[in-house]
Design a protein around this ligand. Sequence first.
Ligand SMILES: [Zn+2]
Length: 254
Amino acid sequence: MLVPSHVPRMPIVAVLATAIAAALGGCGDDEQPVAQVRVLRLNPGTLVSKQPRRATSVRATLTSPGAHRLPPAMSVPQIGSVAAGATNNGRLINGLQLPGTGPDWVTYDPILHRIPNRDDRRWGTDRLLAYLLYVLRDYRLANAGAPPVVIGDLSRPFGGPFGSDFGGLGHVSHQNGLDVDVYYPRLDRTLQPPRAVAQVDRALAQDLVSRFVGAGAQHAFVGLRVGLAGPPGIVQAIAHHDDHVHVRIANWRR
Ligand SMILES: [Zn+2]
């Protein structure tokens, strides 16, 4: 299963908006009507890790025997998020917002080039956020001293188009809360995207990509020149990904 069963629930802190499905308007009629559309925030204050940093490297992944002994730093409430439609033509129902910063990550605005990323660019399904935060914790425990991971765009609060209207090249996908861009760690350890493949810490980048794959990524799109590898069909090298890996999880309906 994607999310480890031992992860405890975290209370939902704030319900920012509630609306009936009809308020969405203009939606395709291929989807079942939904009773509620919620936009929820995780509380960054509860994400501060009380888990002591380990001085020595800890090798544990979701699939390793020791994984169950690693207490998560935080958990993500499973609130019934729905990734409607397709990643390149969809929307997000009951999405959750990734906090701007956390114990294992910072978010980065790829248009304004600042930390954190803007509020309306970091939304995903509950499963994506649980998956993402688990892998980030796993990676940080296994690589003592590795800096926080720099996270780029996820989806918009209710999903939908996230193209060049929102700056830069935009995204074809990132429309239903299943996609997240993760910048490769830099050799100089600064918290910003690498500007060239020579700046990428390939050992850490490969470790990070491998953990996303090991934890069940459907796809991990990497760059053509950055030299990262993985199972064919899951790890795919494509253009415009030499500074980040685009991770996608499967659309699992509960
Ligand atoms: Zn992407």
